[in-house]
Design a protein around this ligand. Sequence first.
Ligand SMILES: C[S@@+](CC[C@H](N)C(=O)[O-])C[C@H]1O[C@@H](n2cnc3c(N)ncnc32)[C@H](O)[C@@H]1O
Length: 260
Amino acid sequence: MWLLFLSVPLLPAVAMVSHRHRVTISALCGGVLSWVLGRGRGRGQGAACARSTHAFVFSECTHGKADSVLATFDLYAETHPSLSLGPQRGQVLDKVVRRVAPRLVLELGMHCGYGSIRMLRLLPPAGRLLTVEGDPLASELGEELLLVAGFKHHQFQVLTCSSVDAIASLRPHLGSEDGTCEGLDLVLMDHDPQRYLEDLVALDAEGLLRPSGCYILLVHRDQGPGASRALMEQITARNGRYALRTEENAVMELYYCVDG
Ligand SMILES: C[S@@+](CC[C@H](N)C(=O)[O-])C[C@H]1O[C@@H](n2cnc3c(N)ncnc32)[C@H](O)[C@@H]1O
């Protein structure tokens, strides 16, 4: 009781610090949330996060304007724990999409569609996104936000399943009209870091990556320092076809090439 009494004079200072650092605090909460979800202990929190993100973005954004939808996601993340990629990692993604101008993109881990919308707005006219989400509720709500942002079903396809099942059944989705498999130009992995290595190996084994060159972005949200170096060592030990290109804002860019 006396502790409560003593802490009352500190309340204005606590309120001021929390307001000033609200972005950092919500980013930290987001980190904790993705750590919990990554270990499969928080499916309920994941669904609640998807519901709350979707409700805010749907009601506050300008429908049909992708940039307004993204800005509303960012606004939400300033005051709530969020699993979305966010503006800093998003800028890294934008840079790569502009440079590569991919025709076929695969995203593993769509959640409410923030990363999907960032990529879709920069794809060339013939570009197409396949995005995978294992949680059926997040998948449904995310797909709705892609439509709210103004994108059409000929530009994207949402696959509601695990990354393992998606990779095993992806080949028919990559075909061109003459029946040849074109291969992916860009892959964004933002699902479960414990799956990154095995999913990379499976994408190569299934022949889904464009042999003449494919870029892979791995998002490292809350792994400690050295985690990406350790992952890169594991990747090169398993498969010499991947090389590290850049690493910025906890996003690793790998380049995969078989030819030449
Ligand atoms: C960090 S969120 C993705 C955020 C999203 N890329 C964005 O930009 O907003 C991770 C998502 O991956 C999904 N996920 C986790 N492991 C998965 C797996 N093995 N297969 C498919 N989805 C998975 C989770 O349900 C969650 O919605």
